[in-house]
Write a protein of this length. Structure first.
Length: 282
């Protein structure tokens, strides 16, 4: 991202949060940046386009901070708590912008914004899904979707207190407290004879409402996977995969060959499935 583009986005976020989206004019944004309207339109075709860029910028900022966390030597529980605290901290920092979105109902403002919001929701669901499986293993697999949706509800409720009711909460304590409640629920689920409410078939139908991962999403997952793997041969395979996927025209036989080298690595099952689905290899 070019420095001027970043400056416009950050000015937009600040003004939208302070004045509201509807009340902020493009003139005010360019004045805050010290640029002309012509320079603004070189990067954004409209104020709506800037709003979408602001959403993406904030989400990518959170992703970057999560990716940079030193979690390689942490347990799954420690990793989840560190990641959840980071998420909560970043949301808390941007609460005025979030309040503006709710107050003015800027979501959805157009189909692109709506699709991106759905993408964020899918990313959060995927993050919780992987975290819960890493913590509780296959014992909870039957109820994983119910546990996931309950976790999302609990986090959302506490965020409402923090953002809208301006409640001061120790976020490290909150993250541990939430995970302890997941322990209680997981214990109850594993000893239960009930049928789950959310099944894989149900989630498969719901997933069709959400956008597919992009090529950039796949490359990001490859980079994250390399940081968690110690096997040099697998890291080399992932390097080749990353380079091939970043080509203007990726070659399917090369991708299939590299995927064959990592099929016996269970920690890469989700990545393999994502790549196969994106390139229609199955």
């Amino acid at each position: 991202m070019k420095e001027k583009e970043k400056k416009i986005i950050e000015a937009g976020i600040s003004l939208f949060a302070r004045k509201g989206y509807s009340s902020t004019s493009i003139q005010e944004i360019v004045d805050a940046c010290g640029i002309s309207k012509g320079a603004f339109y070189l990067y954004f075709k409209s104020k709506e386009a800037l709003l979408l860029a602001a959403f993406k910028y904030q989400f990518q900022t959170i992703q970057s901070k999560l990716d940079a966390l030193p979690v390689k030597d942490l347990t799954p529980r420690e990793t989840f708590i560190a990641q959840l605290v980071t998420q909560l901290e970043e949301v808390q920092k941007n609460k005025e912008f979030i309040i503006m979105q709710t107050r003015e109902q800027t979501i959805p403002i157009n189909s692109e914004v709506e699709e991106f919001v759905r993408k964020i929701s899918a990313e959060i669901g995927s993050f919780y899904h992987k975290s819960l499986l890493n913590i509780y293993g296959t014992a909870i697999k039957r109820f994983i979707y119910d546990l996931n949706i309950i976790l999302q509800g609990i986090v959302h409720s506490y965020l409402k207190l923090i953002i809208f009711d301006k409640t001061t909460i120790d976020l490290h304590k909150l993250a541990g407290f939430i995970l302890n409640r997941m322990d209680d629920l997981a214990a109850g689920f594993t000893s239960s004879n009930e049928e789950p409410i959310l099944t894989a078939d149900c989630i498969e139908k719901l997933s069709k409402l959400y956008p597919e991962p992009s090529r950039e999403d796949i490359v990001r997952q490859i980079k994250l996977s390399k940081d968690k793997i110690d096997n040099e041969d697998i890291i080399i395979t992932l390097d080749v995969l990353e380079g091939e996927i970043e080509r203007e025209t990726p070659r399917s036989p090369v991708i299939q060959g590299m995927l064959g080298n990592i099929r016996d690595e269970p920690t890469l099952d989700d990545l393999t499935t994502m790549i196969e689905k994106f390139f229609k290899l199955k």
